[in-house]
Design a protein around this ligand. Structure first.
Ligand code: ATP
Length: 263
């Protein structure tokens, strides 16, 4: 532990009204949602005991607080709704503004997949130890394999001066929202109706009827979260593609690009 903290801990006299301090601490930590809970708490309790702040603000360079921080874009929506089509068009229009993080996975590489490019191919033990060390922003188990996005891989994209696009499911978005990475911009893309989505999946001709049925049933579950205002900053309807793209682009230009390369 940091010497400064040990030094502070030795000098704390337990105040009389501990209950009200704990109440105040709980209220403030929920309201402020500090990025580093440990440092924030140490500062809070030192302040309560009249001790010097062990971690004064602005002492360290913090990626999220520098001018270089470009909010990642978290895009969510049922399979077949048109997320990839929207992102592809955006990346064509702004070729050097966006990037994807490289995920970790325990699944075996397929032919032509390159380690560190398509995925970081990792064994189960390593990935579990990284999960335990809270190195992942989000993770999921799919068909017996673990997949995860590390903070490090997202920060590499941010440090490269790009907006990191995270195409994830509802659970992934929930984990990202609970993580220390912020701000992020979350967009839910919804179909005009479940029937439209089914039609779109069928005309994409990439899925069997069984898979289409599964995707449609998952879509209903995913859409039950779309009005959660804590989770999604924006909900857009992919009805007419050009109209939807222009709404999507407007969100990106106003919420993401002004903080990065457009100014
Ligand atoms: N507004 C639209 N109207 C009609 N078809 C559309 C529209 N937007 C996208 N599509 C088509 O719908 C199909 C699914 O789109 P896309 O592959 O981008 O979905 P996705 O959300 O990325 O799916 P997945 O999550 O499975 O990768 C594609 O064939 C695409 O051309």
């Amino acid at each position: 532990m940091d010497n400064k903290v040990l030094w502070s801990a030795e000098q704390i006299n337990i105040p009389q009204d501990l209950g009200s301090i704990i109440k105040d601490y709980t209220k403030k930590i929920i309201r402020e949602q500090p990025k580093d809970t440990y440092k924030w708490s140490a500062n809070y309790f030192a302040g309560q005991c009249g001790l010097p702040t062990p971690f004064p603000e602005g002492e360290e360079e913090d990626l999220e607080e520098t001018d270089n921080f470009i909010p990642p874009l978290v895009i969510v929506g049922p399979s077949g709704v048109g997320k990839s089509t929207l992102v592809e068009k955006l990346m064509k229009e702004y070729p050097s503004y966006f990037g994807f993080s490289v995920s970790h996975t325990t699944r075996a590489p397929r032919e032509n997949e390159v380690n560190g490019v398509h995925y970081h191919f990792t064994d189960k033990e390593t990935i579990l130890s990284k999960l335990n060390n809270e190195e992942f922003l989000e993770s999921a188990e799919v068909h017996g394999n673990i997949y995860g996005t590390s903070y490090d891989s997202v920060q590499k994209v941010i440090r490269g001066g790009r907006c990191c696009i995270l195409d994830v499911d509802v659970q992934g978005a929930q984990q990202i929202k609970r993580s220390n990475l912020r701000p992020v911009v979350t967009v839910f893309v919804r179909p005009p109706s479940i029937q439209d989505l089914e039609q779109r999946l069928r005309s994409r001709m990439t899925e069997s009827e069984d898979k289409i049925a599964l995707r449609v049933s998952n879509a209903t579950k995913e859409m039950s979260f779309m009005n959660d205002k804590q989770l999604f900053d924006h909900v857009i309807i992919n009805d007419d593609f050009d109209r939807c793209y222009s709404e999507f682009k407007n969100i990106i230009e106003t919420k993401i690009l002004p903080k990065s390369k457009s100014n």
